[in-house]
Design a protein around this ligand. Sequence first.
Ligand SMILES: Nc1nc2c(ncn2[C@@H]2O[C@H](COP(=O)(O)OP(=O)(O)OP(=O)(O)O)[C@@H](O)[C@H]2O)c(=O)[nH]1
Ligand SMILES: [Mg+2]
Length: 295
Amino acid sequence: MDLKKIKNILIIGPTKVGKSALCNVLSDTRGFEENESTAKETKNFQEKIFEHDWMKYHVVEIGIKSIEKKDLYNKIGKVINFMPEGLSQILFVVNERIMAEDIDTFYLSKDFIFKCGILDYVTIVKIKFSDFKSPKKREEDYKELCNENEKISKIFKSCKKIIYVNNPPINIITENGDVDKERVEIHEKIRKKSRIILLDPMKERNKEQQTKGLKKDQQWFNEEYNKEKVINIDGKQLDFGGSLEIKGFSNLENISLKKLKINSLKISNYSQLNIINLSELSKLKSLSVAKTNHA
Ligand SMILES: Nc1nc2c(ncn2[C@@H]2O[C@H](COP(=O)(O)OP(=O)(O)OP(=O)(O)O)[C@@H](O)[C@H]2O)c(=O)[nH]1
Ligand SMILES: [Mg+2]
């Protein structure tokens, strides 16, 4: 079993819209090459794995230089082939001007990915939105976009969520060729805020999925270990969605659990168990050990 499933995130959007900047914000790096308008566009793809709040993410930017169907399908197909864990989410990037071409790109990628049967989650990220912290401005913008044209309105309504952020450039050079430290610092702060806005909903979604997966994880644990004499888990990457129950493991003599992210642990109905070793269970709030059944 894959203990810490990686969350694959695809970043799709028109050329030069701001995909690399978004990837840098998400992964908190400068690893994705951000292009000025005169520079050449990103070919194929760029990627990065990063961790945030106990989760592991793999963010991939797909460079789309034309809206030619085959090109787009090939690229998305290739990327997906490298993701045995499946795709967790697509972020479709738009800026202040949504063109007919963008709409086509959106529909092409969405249709293709839906047909592959691997995803039900597309989020639109509207970047370069300096008022991103104002709910009123976001709402106004949303209404305006929906009223602008029927196709755009359909896209916006078909997506589960629209996220507004601003990821201003951090490679700013003054007229004398020096780095404009003051502006870079301000922009970095804005990017940090954007990062939270982007990652928080993912965290929520991960939690939802974990709750759903909780039963499965407990079941996996039971199947994997219920005949064992010795259980030794050092698993900061294991997640049982908060609680673990070890019940009726009749062969168990020695158990050692280290670095598990559980807040509740129940051990019961054992007959041989005489060594229990718990260490670095920093989230543990409730522990109960009973040779017979719990009340
Ligand atoms: N102010 C502002 N500038 C941005 C934002 N996002 C991107 N930019 C700038 O827009 C330019 C293009 O951004 P990129 O991230 O390189 O765009 P891209 O979509 O990756 O471009 P290609 O890979 O070439 O298709 C860069 O100069 C970025 O710094 C944003 O949210 N706000
Ligand atoms: Mg790019």
